[in-house]
Write a protein that binds this ligand. Structure first.
Ligand code: IPE
Ligand code: IPE
Ligand code: MG
Length: 250
């Protein structure tokens, strides 16, 4: 559940989630087609993972394709799917060699069978790695996640494994596709919205929105986001003076 343990001002967030937005605008500003922006965005993903490993971030969750992104023009959707597949193929070995454990979260059954197979392969290859947990949100929606958790609990009640009284924040949380709360949520591209990303898991996240478009987001940009996080006071409902006392061990 939500940890109320307080982090020192210099603590690196354990779990960083990123809404990687702005690829289309990046391309359009250069007179290029949107797909070129997605290609440039894929390179920025590699840079972010490298920097996350260097900083000692434990979990990085990247929003790659939302449950709403199917509404885009068909050509853009298929280019994105192609790019995702190529990226997994190209990066699997390096991710594995760097101790990254890859998981894909989202409604995978709606993806092409070949992509599902690739996902299963990279998840299996990297399952034993512990340096960085990398979650790729693909066909993911926060509402979908909540509904599938409800369904899982309902099923356990139907089979007699649980009773309605067993439904708690904790048992619900444990059925989500991602069971780690987000410490820092980053959104590139300047929009101040969550776009159906991790609704439950962001209940107490710090939000960092930057106008930088995703293809321009490099290691130094991630460092700036972390520095912002380190200046925040995470109160979890308490008062500042309570936190200060806590810190001084009073
Ligand atoms: C984010 O960039 C990538 C995906 C949603 C897949 P966009 O494609 O949304 O870029 P903008 O917001 O149109 O600039
Ligand atoms: C959010 O970006 C989804 C991803 C980054 C994958 P969108 O560009 O789809 O979000 P909206 O439509 O501006 O809210
Ligand atoms: Mg966008």
């Amino acid at each position: 559940m939500q940890s109320t343990s307080l982090q020192g001002a210099d603590a690196v967030p354990r779990h960083v989630a990123i809404i990687m937005d702005g690829n289309g605008r990046w391309a359009e500003a250069r007179g290029m087609i949107r797909v070129r922006g997605h290609q440039a965005g894929a390179r920025a993903v590699t840079a972010a993972i490298t920097e996350a490993v260097r900083l000692g971030i434990k979990t990085l969750t990247l929003f790659a394709f939302s449950s709403e992104n199917w509404k885009r023009p068909r050509a853009e959707v298929s280019a994105l799917m192609q790019l995702l597949s190529e990226s997994i193929k190209r990066e699997s070995k390096a991710l594995h060699d760097n101790g990254v454990r890859v998981r894909v979260i989202g409604e995978k059954s709606a993806l092409a069978p070949a992509l599902q197979k690739q996902i299963a392969e990279v998840e299996e290859l990297t399952a034993g790695n512990t340096r960085l947990k990398l979650n790729i949100a693909l066909n993911y929606g926060g509402k979908w996640d909540i509904v599938q958790a409800c369904r899982a609990l309902a099923h356990k009640i139907q089979t007699g494994e649980l009773t309605p009284a067993d439904i708690s924040e904790e048992s619900f949380h444990n059925e989500l596709a991602l069971t780690e709360d987000v410490d820092l949520l980053i959104r590139t591209g300047g929009e101040m919205r969550i776009s159906n990303f991790l609704l439950w898991q962001c209940a107490y996240s710090e939000f960092y929105v930057t106008k930088t478009l995703w293809p321009d987001f490099d290691g130094a940009a991630l460092d700036a986001a972390i520095a912002f996080y380190q200046r925040r006071e995470r109160r979890f409902g308490m008062t500042s003076s309570q936190l200060r006392k806590d810190k001084d061990g009073v």
